[in-house]
Design a protein around this ligand. Structure first.
Ligand code: IPD
Ligand code: CA
Length: 272
């Protein structure tokens, strides 16, 4: 760990403060009405004025308190600072679940994580509509509203409620849908709720048993992945790889191998 880097708890305090203000802005802007400002990778991959305004607010707030840190955000990318001075990089998804936000579905969140020397050490995910807030620090556990979280104790894949998501590219979605079609006979059921960061937080408290998805970006998984791991889930990719764009699997220890093996058989990390 870089000598000058603050403790995870200190970074979390900053993250919580910034994320709460960001969520308040997103909530206010939704109440004022929302429309598509632009599209990104495909016509269904939308960005609203709120995505941009919230990320700008987060960048400005972080810069005020931690001017030497780097920031990676979904809308504005890596920015100017390289973070070498402090070893700290913030990773922000201003609104995870943008399509839900657009439609007024109360399942979208501000996600903010802090990395020190490339390792995520603190994270907060705050639901913009409900105010539910999940936090974690490396080695300090996962928490929601003062309650320490533990993942599901389910051991049977056939009894597991499994959350997943789909990318925006039609060809990728087709492949992902084929994987789901083959998986669903072997699990309790599938949930596609629409915000990866929140899916990981639900898994952290057993409101779903497990989660997997191909194609996540760092901002989708940084904070939620830490929350899930600190709640006891194993968070990894296929074949011993770390969780990443090819695949994120988050499952309780006893469920990880059966889910992993089924997803490997179904080539869940394959396709476009
Ligand atoms: C998306 C959501 C969705 C997941 C996609 C993500 P966005 O993020 O997390 O649940 O399935 O892979 O891209 O676009 O709403 O920030
Ligand atoms: Ca996202």
């Amino acid at each position: 760990m870089t000598r000058s880097a603050p403790a995870p708890a200190e970074l979390l305090t900053i993250a919580i403060d910034v994320a709460r203000q960001a969520a308040a802005t997103a909530h206010r802007m939704r109440a004022e009405g929302v429309s598509v400002a632009a599209t990104k990778s495909t016509v269904t991959d939308v960005v609203t004025a709120a995505d941009r305004a919230v990320e700008r607010q987060v960048l400005d707030a972080l810069h005020r308190v931690r001017p030497d840190d780097a920031v990676l955000g979904e809308e504005y990318g890596a920015g100017a600072a390289d973070g070498a001075a402090s070893g700290v990089r913030w990773i922000v998804d201003p609104i995870d679940g943008t399509v839900n936000y657009l439609y007024g579905l109360p399942y979208c969140a501000v996600s903010l994580a802090a990395e020190v020397d490339g390792e995520v050490v603190a994270g907060v995910v705050r639901n913009v509509f409900t105010g539910e807030e999940w936090t974690a620090t490396a080695g300090g556990g996962a928490w929601r509203d003062g309650r320490r979280l533990n993942c599901s104790t389910e051991v049977e894949l056939g009894q597991a409620l499994v959350a997943t998501g789909f990318g925006y590219d039609p060809a990728r979605r087709s492949h992902q849908a084929r994987v789901v079609a083959e998986l669903i006979p072997h699990v309790r059921d599938i949930r596609r709720l629409g915000a990866a960061a929140l899916d990981l937080c639900l898994a952290a408290e057993g409101r779903v048993d497990a989660y997997y998805e191909k194609g996540l970006a760092a901002w989708d998984q940084a904070a939620g992945g830490l929350v899930a791991a600190e709640a006891g889930l194993r968070v990894a990719g296929l074949g011993g790889l770390p969780a990443g764009p090819d695949l994120v699997i988050a499952a309780p220890p006893a469920l990880f191998a059966p889910l992993h093996d089924r997803l490997a058989d179904l080539d869940a990390s394959g396709g476009p």
